[in-house]
Design a protein around this ligand. Structure first.
Ligand SMILES: Nc1nc2c(ncn2[C@@H]2O[C@H](COP(=O)(O)OP(=O)(O)OP(=O)(O)O)[C@@H](O)[C@H]2O)c(=O)[nH]1
Ligand SMILES: [Mg+2]
Length: 466
């Protein structure tokens, strides 16, 4: 961290403004070498005041490369907690590259991916959970994902993990005192004194793991698979959910062969919807492969939208061939326009509602017309209810990521082993080892005890300039 790094911080391409960021002990001096308040020079030699905006020109050998704004931020009040200069230029790949090249020739080093954020972490301006949240904010594909990332970036998870860790440190210090100075704690039943504190942390670990399992879809999206017999209107529904003509719709059964997958945001929640081939008995080789793929998607879905149309009857066998009862299923009765008019009155001579086997009775059911856009809002609401249920979506909730969850699971097993040790009267030394391991694992989440490998894995996933 003794050198000065520089990188383009905004995305590649043309735009109004592009930002180049410099951080490190020589940031101010390197930037000033190329900066002038006027087009014709001279070079700026004054003292750059912190948190000011300087208007001027980025010059190379007296030649103007671009008109720029220069923003110096002295340590520790900057993103990295080092001296930082941000140069706002016009955003074009060539102009930004030229400015960066001059800065590199002037003594800066090209930053590695995530190096600015890594420095913020190494200077303890943020902890590891907050650094990870920066990546989550950048990559958020839905309002909900952004909300959780913002709470984590503000330090919500850090505080809770630190609290758990401090609780364990207190228990450990009591245990260690009694190991080292048994004469000072005569007759004290340390183990039972400690159980309650350990139990609280165990409970919190379990709660976090549960939250991760419930909400990990926020990053990847909830997987919906639309399935059913051929021609029931699966592709029409797919297009409705996406609000665009993505899947081919024809009156011919067997139109969709390959599964078609698209991401869509509903009420700020990310979903991944898959339209699949109609399932039926066939000798057509292409269809057979399509049906196999459809079944794969049904198996992997978080929620299966099982579609049926009026005028059909389905046996239990037929239903089970398409969907396993272990899956979360929603029955979608499509083409409801054929049975009733817009006022909900039965259409004379129209087909009857589909007959479904008894095992479908407990499954929620919605009636829609994909063609006429009827019942789609109710369908969306039911999908949300089934997938999200009562999950709290307020900004205070924190959702541990997979790395955190793995560490929490391991912490949990250390603490459970400690608890069991207390129950079976194991020596205090064993209890101390379990506690120490738990404390280290929690420290790994916030970065207090994280290894270099972990840091590399996290920061190498960042883009350059972040
Ligand atoms: N009346 C009516 N027709 C519909 C409705 N939804 C779809 N259709 C028609 O049903 C036919 C089949 O629609 P698709 O969406 O291609 O059905 P699919 O289930 O994807 O069919 P395959 O891909 O062949 O399995 C088309 O002619 C649609 O216009 C609806 O709500 N009402
Ligand atoms: Mg189709």
């Amino acid at each position: 961290m003794n050198d000065t790094i520089a990188a383009i911080a905004t995305p590649y391409g043309s735009g109004g403004i592009g930002i180049i960021r410099i951080s490190g002990p020589d940031a101010m001096a390197i930037a000033a070498q190329f900066f002038s308040r006027t087009r014709t020079g001279p070079r700026f030699t004054g003292n750059l005041k912190t948190h000011r905006v300087y208007h001027g020109y980025f010059l190379d050998n007296g030649e103007v490369i671009d008109e720029v704004l220069l923003i110096p931020m002295r340590r520790p009040k900057s993103y990295t907690a080092e001296d930082v200069v941000e140069i706002q230029a016009h955003s074009g790949p060539v102009v930004l590259k030229q400015i960066l090249e001059r800065l590199l020739s002037g003594g800066a080093r090209m930053a590695d991916p995530g190096e600015f954020t890594r420095r913020a972490f190494l200077h303890q301006r943020i902890d590891l959970t907050q650094a990870e949240a920066v990546a989550d904010i950048i990559n958020a594909r839905s309002t909900a994902a952004l909300k959780f990332a913002a709470a984590q970036n503000a330090g919500a998870l850090k505080q809770q993990i630190q609290k758990m860790r401090n609780q364990l440190i207190q228990v450990l210090s009591r245990v260690e005192v009694s190991i080292d100075f048994p004469e000072d704690t005569p007759g004290e039943d340390l183990a039972s004194l400690s159980s309650d504190d350990i139990d609280t942390v165990i409970e919190q670990c379990r709660e976090f793991i549960r939250q991760h399992e419930e909400a990990c879809f926020l990053k990847d999206g909830i997987r919906l698979a639309i399935c059913g017999k051929p021609n029931v209107g699966k592709s029409s529904l797919m297009n409705r959910l996406l609000s665009r003509e993505r899947s081919i719709v024809t009156a011919l059964p067997g139109t969709t062969r390959d599964p078609i997958q698209e991401a869509v945001n509903m009420n700020g929640i990310p979903f991944v919807v898959t339209d699949t081939a109609g399932i039926h008995d066939t000798d057509d080789l292409v269809e057979i492969i399509g049906i196999e793929r459809a079944k794969d998607h049904i198996r992997n879905a978080d929620l299966v939208l099982f579609m049926v149309e009026p005028g059909t009857a389905l046996t239990e066998m037929e239903f089970k061939k398409m969907v396993s009862l272990e899956k979360r299923v929603l029955v979608v009765v499509n083409k409801i326009d054929l049975t009733r008019d817009r006022n909900g009155l039965p259409k004379p001579g129209g087909p009857n509602l589909p007959k479904l086997p008894k095992i479908c009775d407990p499954i929620s059911r919605v009636h829609i017309s994909a063609l006429h856009n009827q019942g789609i809002r109710e369908l969306r609401e039911t999908i949300m209810q089934l997938c999200i249920g009562d999950l709290t979506m307020d900004g205070s909730a924190v959702i541990p990521n997979l790395r955190h969850k793995t560490a929490l699971t391991r912490t949990l097993s250390c603490l459970e082993s400690a608890r069991q040790g207390i129950g079976t009267g194991q020596p205090e030394e064993t209890l101390a080892i379990d506690l120490k391991n738990g404390i280290d694992l929690l420290g790994g989440i916030t970065g207090e005890t994280a290894s270099l490998d972990i840091l590399d894995t996290i920061f190498n996933n960042f883009c350059i300039g972040k």
